[in-house]
Design a protein around this ligand. Structure first.
Ligand SMILES: *Cc1c(COP(=O)(O)O)cnc(C)c1O
Length: 421
């Protein structure tokens, strides 16, 4: 459920007419709903009720500081994957004690930044990283709390680019070597191995891969405790999928996911962390764009929008499906037409949808891409010298630009022409 609904024949974001935002801000733009963000965070928080837990929002899905602050104010922690994300979280007022540092290639500079600024835990992904973190911690005279990310060799049954839990993926240490690696960690003065971390992929639409992975984590917890390690926290990653295609069967609900966690890991007495990104921010955002041209091709019709792959790369990068709907509510029963929906960028990869049925639509009309709040704005670029598009946050009947569109001048002046040229 989200808060982008038709009312009186037009699309609203909460209590704001989407077309009114377009008039003030210009197209294309991203628009997020505070109520949807809060609702999704609470679904996870409630799903884990009765356990000691922290829901850490995976900031890589949407790292706008206003979005982070909405969630942080509700008590959310953050899962960060770079020094930049760490600093953004801190700038949005998230305390270090609620920030988990994930990622396969943390640099020593990033480790130092987090250790000095305050951090809940590092999710360590390899032995070389463990050695480096130990050295950095010792040089600062502190002890780094760590969870070792284990790779359970589980097929997440998702798109290959976002599957992370198979042995051929670059993530984590093989779960079969965990005993050895924890023994090594125990010998390092700068580290305190407090937990286990696992994250098997993104946009999972079944619970079974989670169940297999979490059962392995439960077993490992017992094994490591028997070896004398004080395992007291389990970070179970993110990855629960969302229904991009409304006609398809819906992925499991957070409450079912929470029940699975309690069933597989609830009796271990560990603090539970989860790191959902997409399920919190995905349906909390739309991308609004304007039709520039209707172009009749030889054997198909093209709808050319003012948004492009540089603004939303998911369709070209992951073959992702997004619902694309007119901002003016279509009259029921009207005949639809098949369109290839494309952007203006100079490559054929700049295609949002092929053969998509839409009700009558004309140049100048507004359309909205649903479920664009995750991995949308954060993955955008200025390819083709198209300035980054603005982000807008709605709350009730108010809205604010939370990242402004840079002017052409600002974009161009980022380049420097050397004096000797
Ligand atoms: C990407 C990622 C997440 C979030 O995944 P979603 O599918 O957005 O929930 C969580 N944890 C880690 C380590 C990740 O890399």
């Amino acid at each position: 459920m989200d808060h982008f609904l038709y009312r009186d024949g037009v699309l609203y974001a909460e209590d704001v007419r989407v077309a009114d935002i377009a008039t003030q801000v210009g197209t294309p733009f991203y628009c997020y709903s505070t109520a949807t963000l809060a609702r999704h965070y609470k679904l996870f928080d409630d799903a884990l009720e009765g356990t000691d837990h922290l829901v850490c929002f995976a900031m890589k899905s949407n790292s706008n500081q206003a979005v982070i602050k909405v969630l942080g104010d509700l008590g959310a922690g953050m899962d960060v994957v770079s020094g930049g994300e760490y600093l953004r979280a801190r700038a949005a007022g998230i305390p270090g004690s609620r920030i988990v540092f994930s990622g396969v290639g943390k640099t020593r500079e990033e480790m130092k930044m987090a250790l000095e600024g305050g951090i809940r835990q590092f999710n360590v992904e390899s032995e070389p990283e463990m050695f480096a973190l130990n050295e950095v911690a010792l040089s600062l005279g502190v002890i780094a709390p760590i969870a070792v990310r284990v790779n359970p060799d589980v097929d997440a049954k998702t798109h290959a680019k976002i599957a992370t839990g198979k042995s051929e993926n670059k993530f984590g240490i093989p779960i079969s070597r965990a005993v050895q690696v924890y023994a090594m960690a125990a010998g390092m003065q700068g580290l305190d191995a407090i937990g286990i971390d696992v994250h098997i992929g993104s946009q999972l639409t079944e619970l079974e891969p989670f169940e297999t992975a979490y059962q392995k984590v439960a077993e490992l917890t017992k094994t490591l405790r028997a070896e004398g390690h004080d395992i007291r926290r389990l970070d179970l990653g993110g990855g629960l999928g969302i229904p991009y295609e409304r006609s398809n069967s819906a992925p499991p609900l957070p409450v079912e996911y929470g029940a699975l966690i309690k069933r597989t890991l609830g009796d271990l007495g560990c603090e539970i962390e989860i790191e959902p990104g997409r399920l919190i921010s995905g349906n909390a955002g739309i991308l609004v764009s304007k039709v520039i041209y209707l172009k009749e091709g030889e054997d198909r019709k093209f709808l050319i929008l003012d948004a492009a792959m540089n603004d939303l790369i998911r369709p070209s990068m992951y073959d992702a499906y997004h619902d694309i709907i007119p901002v003016a509510e279509p009259v029921p029963g009207l005949e639809t037409t098949r369109y290839d929906i494309v952007g203006p960028v100079c490559e054929s990869g700049d295609t949002f949808a092929k053969g998509r049925h839409l009700p009558p639509i004309t140049e100048g009309d507004l359309v909205a891409f649903r479920s664009a709040g995750a991995y949308g704005a954060v993955m955008s670029s200025e390819y083709n010298s198209r300035p980054l598009i603005p982000e807008v946050l709605v709350k009730g009947d108010q809205f604010a630009v939370i990242r402004a569109r840079p002017s052409f001048e600002e974009m161009i002046n980022r380049d420097n022409i050397p004096a000797w040229l």
